[in-house]
Ligand binder design. Structure first.
Ligand SMILES: CC(C)(COP(=O)(O)OP(=O)(O)OC[C@H]1O[C@@H](n2cnc3c(N)ncnc32)[C@H](O)[C@@H]1OP(=O)(O)O)[C@@H](O)C(=O)NCCC(=O)NCCS
Length: 159
């Protein structure tokens, strides 16, 4: 058994004290993907507060002794495309050194289960058109491309 397999991922709801952790992890996770992300601390802090205000119960952090990733699922969102309430995944990222070990999938599953608990059976998200790693990740997890807006690709999954 590898060291990683013995380490347990903990996923819990985010609280206001996680602000600085979010800012640090966000910046590391989006290195090389700045076309699709905020870069200034002030904007990332504002974004964190916006995510909390949208649906704080759908905002989760993954920890393996240290924080390794976040997901934010908004069940109050109305899709521009379908004019219906969806589980909107505004955010999902994992620290680069912890990728490829199933943490992203765990976070995504947590978000989807949360959406289902709120009777949202369509999951929607927007991914950068050249963000191949994330697009592949979502496809493997059952999402399909359904529309685009500027440099963003819309992906959905019925659950
Ligand atoms: C998309 C993202 C959240 C996935 O997180 P993750 O923890 O790597 O996800 P998982 O480990 O569950 O799945 C990654 C897949 O890539 C494979 N992979 C292998 N090595 C990898 C590596 N070094 N880095 C990334 N993926 C790797 C995994 O094996 C897995 O495929 P599988 O399901 O066939 O096993 C992560 O790449 C990320 O944070 N990207 C930057 C931020 C971003 O683009 N977010 C999405 C915005 S819409």
């Amino acid at each position: 058994m590898s060291t990683f397999e013995r380490m347990k991922i903990g996923i819990r709801s985010v609280n206001r004290d996680d602000l600085d952790t979010f800012v640090n992890l966000y910046k590391i996770s989006y290195q090389g993907l700045e076309d699709y992300a905020y870069t200034r601390n002030r904007d990332i802090k504002h974004y964190f507060r916006w995510l909390m205000s949208r649906d704080k119960d759908g905002f989760f952090i993954a920890e393996i002794e240290m924080p390794v990733g976040f997901v934010a699922c908004d069940t109050n969102w109305i899709s521009f495309f379908d004019d219906t309430r969806v589980g909107e995944i505004h955010e999902l990222f994992v620290h680069p050194e912890w990728r490829g070990r199933g943490i992203g999938k765990e976070l995504l599953t947590t978000a989807i289960e949360y959406a289902k608990s709120k009777n949202r059976f369509l999951i929607e998200l927007w991914v950068g058109e050249t963000n191949e790693l994330a697009k592949r990740f979502y496809q493997k997890n059952g999402f399909v491309e359904k529309g685009s807006w500027g440099k963003w690709i819309r992906m959905i999954k019925k659950v």
